[in-house]
Design a protein around this ligand. Structure first.
Ligand SMILES: [Zn+2]
Length: 494
């Protein structure tokens, strides 16, 4: 047989193209082997009828937090199934030492092999990790992580030095949270040294130079502490509106200016500004690009910040950092996407179960916003949400494929992913753009049990997800055993 699988009659959605054309797709040995009209089915071991559905490249969701609130080996099973449901075939997920995750500190030389062991055999999609140097000694381990484990992206959480994951906290509690050494300080100088180390790697490994990057969660503890105090003393704001005011957009903007200045100072040329949630954040990021044109900045937005505003009925279920913002901010983010100011869309998927989310308090009671935990899942709605809301605003399918496939894949070194072209991994998703559905958490594979998107009407349903030529999701079901493989980055280009 010439092909292991032939998919007939799909409308091919490729990034960096201007049109969507009807074609067939031939797959051999887990790679795309032929893209052509009228591939004879007699040449195929298996045939799938594509029904004129859209065929997007498998999504590359480069912002997830698998294993944050539940044991990694269990979370990987359920949350990667949720990813497969959403058409995601590559999960790049954040990990760090400290509280949550494996709930311990120590060197990455011991910690990371354990992460990989707990992951192996549990993912239904291909996976990789971004790592955060928390202790100063971790900075010296970045080269080892790159060369021995294929980790080429590192994260900085700018507010962790002085503000908690779920809200205001004292200095001692935050030290316990980070589980670093007595002499370690998680501060701006630490961020500078992470960037210096990345800059050194960029120079030392020219072949990988454009794919070694530092990502930042841009919010500042000083601003968050001050505004949380003000908002908590004033009862005119409650719920998501209060949470947004306690972590105001200018904290994001100011953090972006600081991060960008440091990037220039340290000659750290590849910077990813994560989950920009507001107009002020995007404007700051664009201004910094103009000030430092030699720095390759990438700007990220999440599907949560695109679908929800702070008047959402989801209330505490939608607590996340940075917060869900005003409708004006949401519409500004969509316009920024249309204008090409944002580079990719991710889920920031962090499965936070109902019991944990609100500590068994009523999630619809706005007063519980301060005790709720941060983060929620959403990888299963990443493509449907983008297609549904993006189509209304004039975003083309080709552009969508850049935002959820090509751009994140190629920034983060997944060079064999993100396109449907000969030689690439045969990852794709079939989507019916005309099928409407209502989001219901009970239909998700995720272990979360609720979703802040509950009840939303979306147009554009994922029908089938294919990972390296194997069907992993079809007919509303995840199929077969977990076939996901670890991706050591950067991978060779096809
Ligand atoms: Zn995140």
């Amino acid at each position: 047989m010439q092909f292991d699988l032939v998919i007939k009659n799909v409308r091919l959605v490729r990034p960096n193209q201007e049109s969507v054309d009807l074609t067939d797709i031939g797959i051999k040995d887990e790679k795309f082997a032929l893209i052509d009209t009228d591939i004879p089915t007699t040449d195929a071991a298996q045939v799938i009828e594509g029904n004129n559905f859209l065929a997007f490249p498998g999504l590359v969701d480069t912002h997830m937090h698998v294993g944050i609130y539940s044991p990694l080996s269990e979370d990987a099973i359920t949350e990667s199934k949720a990813a497969a449901m959403g058409g995601v075939t590559s999960a790049v997920t954040y990990f760090r030492t400290g509280q949550y995750y494996l709930n311990k500190g120590g060197p990455y030389s011991e910690f990371y092999p354990e992460v990989l062991e707990l992951s192996a055999g549990n993912y239904s999609v291909d996976y990789a990790y971004h790592l955060a140097p928390i202790a100063s000694s971790h900075i010296d381990e970045m080269e080892m992580l790159l060369t021995e484990h294929g980790v080429c992206s590192f994260k900085i959480f700018m507010f962790y030095g002085g503000y908690g994951l779920h809200g205001k906290t004292d200095q001692a509690a935050q030290r316990d949270f980070l589980m670093a050494g007595e002499d370690d300080s998680y501060d701006i100088a630490h961020f500078e040294f992470i960037m210096r180390s990345a800059a050194k790697l960029i120079k030392k490994y020219p072949d990988m130079a454009d794919q070694i990057s530092v990502s930042l969660h841009c919010e500042l503890a000083d601003i968050l502490n001050a505004y949380t105090k003000i908002v908590q003393q004033d009862d005119s704001l409650t719920g998501l509106r209060a949470y947004s005011a306690a972590r105001p957009p200018h904290s994001e903007g100011l953090a972006i200016w600081i991060a960008s200045y440091l990037a220039n100072e340290t000659d750290c040329l590849n910077i990813n500004l994560l989950h920009l949630s507001s107009r002020k954040a995007v404007e700051a990021a664009i201004t910094m690009q103009e000030v430092f044109p030699h720095i390759n900045f990438k700007r990220e937005v999440t599907i949560g910040h695109l679908l929800l505003d702070y008047d959402s009925p989801a209330a505490c279920h939608a607590k996340v950092n940075p917060p869900i913002r005003s409708r004006e901010d949401v519409e500004y983010l969509w316009q920024a996407l249309l204008d090409g100011k944002l580079d990719w869309v991710v889920s920031d998927h962090a499965c936070c179960s109902e019991e944990l989310k609100t500590d068994n308090q009523d999630p619809k009671d706005d007063d519980n916003i301060w005790v709720s935990k941060s983060g929620f899942g959403g990888t299963e709605y990443l493509l449907s949400g983008l297609v549904s809301e993006g189509s209304k605003r004039g975003l083309s399918y080709n552009k969508m494929a850049e935002l959820v496939c090509w751009n994140p894949a190629h920034r983060y070194g997944l060079n064999n992913k993100g396109d449907i072209a000969v030689g690439y991994d045969a990852d794709l998703v079939l989507l019916d753009p005309d099928e409407d559905f209502t989001v219901k958490a009970e239909e998700s594979e995720s272990g979360q049990g609720y979703t802040p998107f509950e009840g939303m009407q979306l147009r554009g349903k994922v029908k089938t997800t294919i990972l390296r030529g194997h069907t992993v999701y079809s007919n509303n079901e995840v199929i077969g055993n977990a076939k996901g493989q670890y991706i050591a980055r950067p991978t060779p280009r096809p």
